[in-house]
Design a protein around this ligand. Structure first.
Ligand SMILES: *Cc1c(COP(=O)(O)O)cnc(C)c1O
Length: 220
């Protein structure tokens, strides 16, 4: 058994079956994705639209493609035909464009709202107040080709487990508060290679795992 196969099986054995595993394959060659595909992985996450589109064109069509990175409005059109879930939606303007492009293809694109939970200033995302008011907004009702199915968050990159746990608990609490009113909210996308166990303890329903499956990324 090669590394990818072994890693994937190991990871899967630690994740409850009702939690979706997004295999984050950004920067990795098609052959790596194919190995994961061949042992049954069908959900892949990418953070660059061009790269994801190249992979979508080449690989079997029963793969569910998730865009996990920050999305520029002018690039939505390149993935509108096929993307299943966009994780990092952080503005009404972006939702409006996703809706417009989805309509052109006669589809509904599923989205998650990215909530800012990390301390670092650099992290994208909505504040809790912005998340709540976006969900409550009248304008949202006109966007018939987008379906907001949950929230996504990224914890601070730190070895401080307490802090990570705290940040995940914040988004979990918000998720639970919103769910009774917005019953379409089903997905809480939290947890990466370094923190997915804490995320699962905090109520994650979807984990995004890259390097623990495919190995460290080389950005050269
Ligand atoms: C790269 C990335 C991941 C996966 O990170 P690993 O630490 O390699 O598991 C998860 N989520 C987002 C948003 C990412 O950009």
């Amino acid at each position: 058994m090669n590394d990818i196969e072994k890693n994937l099986r190991d990871i899967k054995s630690t994740i409850p079956e009702d939690i979706t595993l997004v295999a984050v394959s950004k920067t990795k060659p098609i052959s790596d994705l194919k190995q994961a595909y061949d042992i049954g992985q069908r959900v892949f996450g990418e953070n660059k639209i061009q790269e994801m589109t190249d992979k979508w064109e080449t690989l079997p069509k029963d793969i569910s493609w998730h865009m996990i990175g920050h999305v520029q409005t002018n690039k939505v059109k390149y993935m509108a035909e096929y993307v299943d879930l966009i994780h990092a939606v952080d503005s009404y303007k972006l939702l409006k464009e996703i809706n417009k492009q989805a309509k052109k293809h006669n589809r509904t694109i599923h989205c998650l709202l990215q909530v800012k939970i990390a301390e670092e200033e650099s992290k994208f995302g909505l504040t809790q107040e912005e998340t709540t008011s976006l969900l409550a907004s009248e304008e949202l009702k006109h966007l018939t080709n987008v379906h907001i199915q949950g929230l996504m968050g990224m914890a601070t990159f730190t070895s401080n487990q307490e802090q990570i746990k705290n940040e995940f608990e914040q988004i979990k609490t918000l998720f639970e508060q919103l769910k009774p009113t917005y019953t379409q909210l089903k997905t809480l996308s939290i947890g990466m290679s370094g923190d997915y166990k804490i995320a699962i303890d905090s109520g994650s329903t979807m984990v995004r795992i890259g390097s623990s499956i495919f190995g460290e990324r080389n950005y050269n």
